[in-house]
Ligand binder design. Structure first.
Ligand code: HEC
Ligand code: HEC
Length: 223
């Protein structure tokens, strides 16, 4: 009997291990919050509301305001943190630049200023932009890693897709994200994002999804 115990324990451990591998624990609220609270992710939201109109979704100055100020002026070039901080806090005029860059220190909190500066360092990178879109909008269902283990995942049947193992191509992903699951003959609980996200945000998040794949899709994958 005494000899059997370690064997039994090992077998139990093995079974538990297998179960754990098949059904990883659903994520906690703390895990979701930790990802959403990254400065870059918060900064993306600040940028979208306060800066995008002039500097554009990609930070390249392709924006509505370019008609008035010109794209070249509005493009965010690589600059030192100190320079970014100065022009954001005090506005363009105070540092001998264009007065059309507003003063932000009275409008934004210290945290928002720091967050938006963190985001400026990635605003020209589509994958980083897409990561921010994903972390803001998708992790509750698809999980912080995109593996389908989000906090709300247990509420849905079929469950939110494991996006790290998707066999769909970019075009299909773009369509299901834009039009929602139902329009694609899938679950209606995959929301329609076409009204909340811009085409740029959708194409960025699709680019990000490509980077989290653990198995590359076959070339003929898709519809
Ligand atoms: C009303 C239009 C407008 C808005 C809104 C705006 N900016 Fe600007 N911004 C400008 C203009 C114009 C310049 C160019 C200043 C110059 O070079 O003379 C500029 C320049 C900058 C620069 C320097 C870029 C470089 O490469 O020299 C940074 C950084 C910047 N803005 C950040 C921000 C941030 C962050 C926000 C949002 C919190 C924001 N801007 C909102 C108009 C705007
Ligand atoms: C409310 C929960 C929920 C949210 C939030 C959500 N999804 Fe989904 N998503 C689902 C469900 C459920 C499915 C599975 C549909 C099915 O199998 O019928 C799905 C499927 C998908 C698929 C199809 C993947 C495949 O391989 O077939 C993609 C791509 C996708 N979601 C992307 C996103 C993106 C990007 C976001 C954020 C912008 C997002 N989802 C937000 C629930 C959600």
């Amino acid at each position: 009997m005494r000899k059997l115990l370690p064997v039994a324990a090992a077998v139990c451990g093995l079974i538990l291990g297998l179960v754990a591998e098949q059904a990883p624990a659903v994520e906690s609220r703390a895990q979701v919050n930790a990802v959403r609270n990254k400065p870059v992710v918060r900064g993306a939201i600040v940028y979208k509301y306060y800066c995008q109109l002039c500097h554009g979704e990609r930070g390249d100055g392709a924006a509505r305001a370019a008609k008035n100020y010109g794209e070249n002026l509005l493009r965010i070039k690589a600059g030192s943190r100190q320079y970014y901080e100065d022009i954001i806090r005090k506005g363009g005029e105070a540092i001998g630049k264009s007065p059309f860059m507003p003063v932000w220190q009275d409008e934004l909190s210290e945290e928002q200023i720091n967050d938006v500066i963190a985001y400026l360092s990635v605003v020209t990178d589509e994958i980083e932009r897409g990561a921010a879109v994903f972390k803001t909008n998708c992790i509750l269902c698809h999980g912080t890693k995109g593996d389908g283990q989000g906090r709300a995942s247990t509420l849905y049947n079929p469950p939110p897709a494991n996006l790290t193992r998707s066999d769909k191509n970019d075009m299909y992903k773009k369509m299901i994200i834009t039009m929602g699951g139902e329009a694609m003959g899938r679950s209606k609980f995959m929301p329609i994002w076409g009204e909340q996200l811009t085409e740029q945000e959708i194409s960025d998040v699709v680019a990000y999804l490509r980077t989290i794949l653990v198995v590359p899709p076959p070339p003929e994958a898709g519809l």
